[in-house]
Design a protein around this ligand. Structure first.
Ligand code: ADP
Ligand code: MG
Length: 272
């Protein structure tokens, strides 16, 4: 505690990769749930118009009341659009149905890259960690996430062409750091859908380690059917099947992320 009496600001982490289907949303949901279960106050922001993070936490399409779009339109609404989830300590800003039009509308708005940053400043003091689930593109929604965040975590699917497009993502992160957000760091790569019976998974892991060195998380997320089943039931895997390999892996990832990013310290600095 700095003794200043000011609430400490949260660590904001964007889950980004312009490829779809690599595990961004799955990692956002399950990392958020595991961090919350470890005692941190966590907010998950669904920035993908597909709304899979919202669905995966039990907020289906028909239940999408005001969420991310309303907040980007008017940052003052941030606190009003936060909703609780079934996981204690985990709150959600869901993708509302209008979010699909936001990318285009943002182009014409003031301070268009800072909308999320400014909105989250309204609610940040209530959380230790904010995770942002990005859409599969490097457009304005992802740019808003990169401007709001201090950390980027990139899920990489252990499949052919896993690293394709990665240098473009790294360039984007670097240029955001140089222009809009000097605090931004690429803090980690998470290998997802790892299959130890398949040599390809190990080859992707080796490639990722030679490109990113120790920024590759030691925790490997296995391919595990319970993970996708849980999502279709609107639950994090640790609530759906706590002993499954997917659940154990995401709990281990939460511990690793907590250590690597020093998330303990944020909590300790908080009066609770
Ligand atoms: P993205 O958000 O990057 O588009 P998702 O997280 O939605 O990717 O994952 C794509 C699909 O793969 C989803 O159907 C999800 O349930 C499934 N999936 C993700 N990770 C795993 C895993 N470790 N094991 C099994 N299925 C997974
Ligand atoms: Mg997704």
């Amino acid at each position: 505690d700095t003794g200043s009496g000011l609430a400490s600001s949260p660590r904001i982490i964007a889950l980004a990769n312009q490829k779809g289907g690599v595990g961004k949303t799955t990692t956002a949901i399950n990392l958020a749930a595991a961090l919350a279960t470890s005692g941190l106050k966590v907010l998950l922001v669904d920035m993908d118009p597909q709304g899979n993070a919202s669905t995966g936490l039990g907020v289906g399409y028909d239940a999408r009341r005001s969420g991310t779009y309303a907040m980007l339109e008017d940052g003052e609404r941030a606190a009003a659009v936060v909703q609780p989830s079934a996981v204690p300590g985990l709150s959600l800003i869901a993708a509302d149905t209008e979010l699909a039009g936001a990318e285009l509308e943002l182009v014409m708005s003031d301070r268009r890259e800072y909308r999320l940053h400014e909105a989250l400043a309204q609610v940040g003091a209530d959380y230790d960690v904010i995770l942002i689930d990005c859409p599969p593109s490097l457009g304005l929604l992802t740019l808003n996430a990169l401007v709001a965040a201090q950390s980027v975590i990139v899920p990489l699917q252990c499949e052919f062409f896993a690293l394709e497009g990665i240098s473009q993502l790294v360039r984007t992160v670097n240029s955001v750091r140089q222009s809009l957000n000097p605090a931004l760091k690429l803090d980690g790569i998470v290998l997802t859908m790892y299959d130890r019976r398949n040599n390809l998974s190990e080859l992707v892991a080796e490639d990722a380690r030679s490109f990113f060195g120790d920024r590759v998380m030691e925790t490997l997320i296995p391919r595990n059917i319970r993970i996708s089943e849980a999502q279709s039931h609107g639950q994090p895997v640790m609530n759906y099947d706590q002993r499954s390999s997917g659940s154990l892996a995401y709990q281990a990832l939460a511990t690793e992320v907590t250590d690597r990013l020093g998330l303990h310290a944020v909590t300790k600095g908080k009066a609770r």
